[in-house]
Write a protein of this length. Structure first.
Length: 301
């Protein structure tokens, strides 16, 4: 007779303004500006051993994004942090994907932000589905996608806003090409970041990534990687990359909260480097995973 308890089924937990709702019943008004205009900011993060990675950094970036688009946070960071931890604990998943969103709120139709009454907050926790192991072992293919980002030259530059239409369209093109990511190329031909990732190349042994002065989203995983790269003694250069320089790189890889690091072995159908994940990518991935899995909750935000 088996006396062991049955394994717990993966769970999805939704908190709407701090109140837990069944996922199928968690609703926002059609007059909410996040729905109408993408007038919102958000963060995504994952857990390691059930512990959210760099939660306080994600919350500080959420606060910064909200300030850039003039959305007042509905809660201080401390209580907001407590709600995230509450939702993760309630889900009870081995590892979780967490999305935290703040909208400006709802009101009459119209672009004037003063029409909104109060900001809304949504926390979604669901089981983590990481990329397949072969993507880490063999690398992925990406495309370049030429466009102008909607927040460039505005106060929202560098904010993580809810309007992701450009990234959605870029990922559509990537999927049609059989690729796993799209690298955003601006009007000057510079590759700045991925549709939902930061970009790194290795050139003559140095690690090169666009600086924050280019308007990229300052990734939390990117920041940890730069710290680890310095500890490993790598030379780091922060500068914009043109497509030809990326194609000629010895290594190319992307980083994001959910995917960690993924080596890119093909860009627009052309082979990068040896066509296999390179040694610096492998060193950084191993160092990152060791660092992330040693993370522990910090004191209040």
């Amino acid at each position: 007779m088996d006396s062991g308890a049955a394994p717990r089924a993966p769970a999805i937990v939704v908190l709407l303004d701090g109140r837990r709702c069944p996922p199928g019943e968690a609703t926002i008004s059609v007059f909410d500006r996040g729905f109408l205009y993408g007038d919102s900011v958000f963060e995504t993060l994952r857990t390691y051993g059930g512990v959210p990675f760099e939660l306080d950094e994600h919350l500080r970036r959420l606060e910064s994004s909200a300030a850039r688009v003039f959305i007042p946070l509905p809660l201080a960071l401390g209580p907001l942090r407590a709600e995230v931890l509450q939702a993760i604990a309630a889900a009870g998943n081995p590892e979780s994907y967490v999305r935290l969103m703040i909208t400006r709120g709802e009101g009459p139709l119209g672009l004037d932000p003063a029409l909104a009454d109060r900001p809304r907050r949504v926390i979604i926790v669901q089981p983590l589905h990481a990329p397949p192991a072969e993507h880490y072992a063999a690398g992925i293919a990406v495309i370049s996608y030429r466009t102008e980002r909607i927040v460039d030259a505005t106060s929202a530059q560098g904010a993580k806003i809810g309007n992701y239409l450009i990234s959605v369209l870029a990922m559509r093109e990537a999927r049609l090409a059989g690729a796993q990511e799209a690298l955003i190329q601006d009007g000057r031909g510079r590759i700045l970041e991925g549709a939902s990732s930061n970009v790194f190349v290795v050139k003559q042994g140095a690690l090169v990534t666009p600086g924050e002065d280019t308007g990229i989203l300052a990734g939390i995983t990117r920041a940890r990687l730069l710290t680890l790269a310095r500890e490993l003694g790598l030379v780091i250069e922060l500068k914009a990359l043109d497509r030809e320089a990326v194609l000629a790189a010895e290594e190319l890889f992307i980083s994001s909260s959910i995917r960690e690091l993924l080596a890119v072995v093909r860009l627009d159908g052309q082979t990068i480097g040896s066509g296999t994940p390179g040694p610096i990518y492998r060193r950084l991935l191993a160092a990152f995973r060791q660092s992330a899995r040693g993370a522990r909750p910090t004191s209040g935000a």
